[in-house]
Design a protein around this ligand. Structure first.
Ligand code: URA
Length: 301
């Protein structure tokens, strides 16, 4: 990883820690503020996805604001300065991933979510993973910790992943929406992300998928299917277990872990639902040619 990317990561971690500690402002030198106000022409990857542009078009200089305030809000509504993509080696996924992460963490496309979020939940795992799990949106625990699937549903997902012989570090886990959907003050629980919110955030997930290039994606629940495919109403009970195609990548839709947890209150203690999810995961393992032991195959039989 280049020194630039390490510094970028350290700066992001510092800003996140400050924000989580309740700091709402940081002191910024006027010249930095001027640079931040400059329009950015971001380098776009040409097809194929991993190809970097040969040259970066220089940004058009503009005058810095006349009276720059010495303090600006954390995660302001301006784009962050562009990384020097020329320093990123062709095909270096970790560097491109860090650049994408920096952009997503500074996102302010949904002002209503910017004001209520504690963190932007980018994703976790191996940027070279063959298997990617996609959920709908961070809940209260994920928002607090800045990591997807760390609450009760996340613990079940982790169990599913380890039962498949993988870990959270060998796969990649992300959500369609990177910020926790806001709820009314004092309201408990999580809200389902709206189609417009997911559509706004989807380009980030697309970039993650383009960089990771997973061989298989698991869509966790109907809302994730709706967000990923941009469809109005998924029928997860019918769609689960049946391969879908997302721009050339096979997608296995399955039940969301929260649904599985709710099914535990049923007469069979969720056994039938768990068996269905496990059957879906066995299909995924077969597709990835992962070893499957008799014990793994025999679960729920
Ligand atoms: N549910 C999701 O869809 N994503 C999370 O990160 C947590 C719960």
């Amino acid at each position: 990883m280049s020194v630039y990317v390490q510094l970028l990561d350290a700066a992001i971690r510092d800003l996140e820690a400050r924000k989580n500690n309740g700091e709402r402002f940081v002191a910024v030198a006027p010249e930095t503020l001027g640079a931040l106000a400059s329009p950015v022409l971001r380098a776009r990857r040409a097809e194929p996805a991993m190809t970097l542009p040969k040259a970066i078009v220089p940004a058009t200089p503009v005058s810095p604001p006349a009276a720059a305030s010495p303090r600006v809000p954390l995660f302001p509504a301006v784009q962050p300065p562009p990384p020097t993509l020329t320093s990123i080696a062709r095909g270096d996924r970790s560097a491109e991933f860090a650049e994408l992460r920096a952009r997503v963490l500074a996102c302010a496309k949904c002002p209503h979510l910017v004001t209520t979020r504690k963190s932007v939940v980018f994703g976790v795992g191996d940027p070279n993973a063959q298997l990617m799990f996609v959920g709908e949106a961070p809940g209260v625990d994920e928002d607090r910790q800045g990591e997807p699937f760390v609450g009760a549903a996340g613990q079940l997902l982790t169990k599913i992943i380890t039962t498949m012989g993988q870990t959270r570090q060998t796969v990649y886990i992300a959500n369609v929406l990177k910020c926790r959907p806001d709820t009314a003050p004092g309201e408990r629980g999580n809200r389902k992300p709206r189609p417009d919110e997911m559509a706004t955030c989807l380009p980030y997930l697309l970039e993650q998928i383009q960089l990771i290039q997973p061989r298989v994606i698991v869509a966790l629940g109907g809302t994730a299917v709706e967000g990923l495919f941009g469809i109005a109403e998924a029928r997860i009970t019918r769609q689960r277990g049946n391969w879908m195609d997302f721009r050339g990548t096979p997608v296995m839709p399955t039940f969301h872990p929260s649904y599985v947890l709710r099914a535990e209150d049923g007469p069979d203690k969720g056994r039938a639902t768990k068996r269905q999810v496990w059957e879906d995961m066995l299909q995924v393992m077969e597709r990835l040619a992962l070893p499957i032991s008799d014990k793994q195959r025999g679960f729920f039989k």
